[in-house]
Ligand binder design. Structure first.
Ligand code: SF4
Length: 468
């Protein structure tokens, strides 16, 4: 988006009184408020935006009312997520009336997929509307809108901006953006473009730096994270035991970095779960957990979704994973009510769910997204009521199995990275990504402790810390 004059025209009253010198020189501070929708990659991108805004003389504020800049990082995966952004920006218009210099910006998937400009033309009260990769332009655009903000120089590649990590012990590390797969229901290839892999050297440098600053847990992020292809293969160590799967190779390299105790990644694709990749799940720092989206348990539906694997291939992969790492917790993503899904085809998903004995599933009712291949090729013909019925049925099955699986932890010890402390209660995730709660002090925040489980509820395990 080329803003310059056009943008100033769009919001002519956005300059606060007393212009001329940048924020730092005047000792002024400005507040930013970021609202993030969607996936962990969006959260990581918001952390990058923070790393851009702070050196411009801005600080985070709790509420939109206190902010000088509001940035919404949008998600397009479902219509409801976009509707919330439309609603929010409408509400901010009243705020803009009270506070004429307020800047409202929208980034993320909505601007990313808005090739024909329809969304930008419809959305109201927004000063900046730009895809994620253009966040490096923020210093220029914001300082044009408000000359009191200090412009800074940035590299053209937004992934080179080091994110602000809020919990020192945990960090997301994006290794890849975009996707080439074009699953027919998905907006990601349109919103984020084709797959681009970050340099191996910069990933390893970032993880080493995080480890030096006390980070214990890394979550590697990519749209098809296990399809990572290093642009600079020369940085793989000669002793790396893997040869074919470069994501498995990357996991091995990260395992060599002292200080990193837990490694997690999201989201892998079943077709890249080859033998090396499955073997890498046994590396010492790997969490005892994998999230492997399946979307449907019916091969004809999978083909219609362009998932490139069959029900049988997925089941075989799960079997291999369980053989290699017994006791691993497995999560999945499922879409119910995709175009033309019959009752029988839905029951294939139910039976696959039961067969795989997943720990949890993130089930979505299919929602047609404009611009996707499914929107062009198929009719969204499963009724809203039927989608709801299928969703509830699967949800009940999941809740029953989650409860049963959680019960099995009673009496066992799990290792927990404490990410929350409040009023004498600590919480964190176990290596199986189960939420765990126990009595403990603030000093445990950001550490890994052992907890013996005494009680299992639907979404949380409750226990006591084990002192060595
Ligand atoms: S693999 Fe499919 S679902 Fe995942 S981001 Fe790519 S197109 Fe979307």
């Amino acid at each position: 988006m080329n803003l310059d004059k056009s943008l100033l025209k769009k919001n002519p009253s956005c300059l606060p009184a007393g212009t001329g010198s940048p924020a730092g020189l005047l000792g002024m501070t400005f507040g930013y408020h970021i609202v993030t929708f969607g996936c962990q990659m969006n959260k990581n991108d918001s952390e990058r935006v923070e790393a851009i805004l702070r050196p411009m003389g801005m600080q985070s504020v709790e509420t939109p009312e206190e902010a000088d800049v509001i940035l919404i990082n949008s998600c397009s995966i479902r219509a409801s997520a976009e509707d919330r952004v439309f609603g929010m920006t409408r509400n901010f218009q009243a705020l803009k009336k009270k506070k004429p210099h307020l800047i409202v910006a929208v980034t993320g998937c909505m601007p990313g997929r808005d090739k024909d400009g329809k969304l930008e033309n419809t959305i109201q009260g927004v000063d900046l509307f730009f895809p994620t990769k253009d966040m490096v332009m923020l210093p220029k655009w914001l300082s044009e809108l408000n000359p009191n903000l200090r412009p800074i120089d940035l590299d053209a590649d937004y992934l080179s901006v080091s994110p602000i990590h809020h919990v020192k012990a945990q960090a997301f590390v994006t290794i890849q953006t975009g996707c080439n797969h074009f699953c027919t229901y998905c907006v990601v290839p349109f919103a984020r473009g084709l797959e681009g892999n970050r340099s191996l050297k910069s990933i390893l440098d970032e993880v080493r730096d995080l480890a030096d600053h006390g980070c214990l847990e890394i979550t590697l992020l990519g749209q098809i994270v296990n399809h990572y292809i290093a642009p600079d293969k020369e940085y793989f160590s000669p002793q790396n035991p893997y040869h074919k799967n470069e994501f498995a190779k990357l996991l091995w390299e990260i395992n060599q970095i002292e200080g990193i105790e837990r490694v997690h990644f999201t989201a892998p694709h079943p077709i890249y779960m080859d033998d090396e990749m499955i073997d890498a799940l046994t590396l010492p720092t790997q969490l005892n957990f994998i999230h492997l989206p399946v979307q449907s348990g019916n091969s004809a539906m999978l083909e219609k979704m362009n998932r490139r694997h069959t029900r049988e291939q997925y089941l075989e992969t799960i079997q291999k994973i369980r053989a290699k790492r017994p006791g691993i917790a497995i999560a999945t993503d499922i879409i119910v009510g995709f175009c033309g899904e019959t009752e029988e085809q839905f029951h294939d998903t139910v039976s696959l769910y039961q067969h795989c004995d997943f720990d949890i599933s993130y089930t979505a009712k299919y929602s047609q997204r404009s611009g996707t291949l499914a929107a062009k090729m198929f009719v969204d013909d499963v009724s809203v009521e039927e989608k709801k019925r299928r969703w509830f049925l699967l949800q009940h099955i999941m809740e029953d199995s989650t409860k049963r699986k959680n019960q099995a932890y009673i009496g066992k010890e799990v290792s927990v990275l404490v990410d929350t402390y409040k009023n004498g209660i600590c919480q964190g995730n176990s290596s199986e990504m189960k939420r765990v709660m126990f009595d403990g002090g603030e000093e445990l925040f950001g550490t890994i402790v052992s907890v013996k489980i005494e009680k299992a509820e639907m979404w949380i395990l409750v226990g006591n810390m084990v002192y060595c």
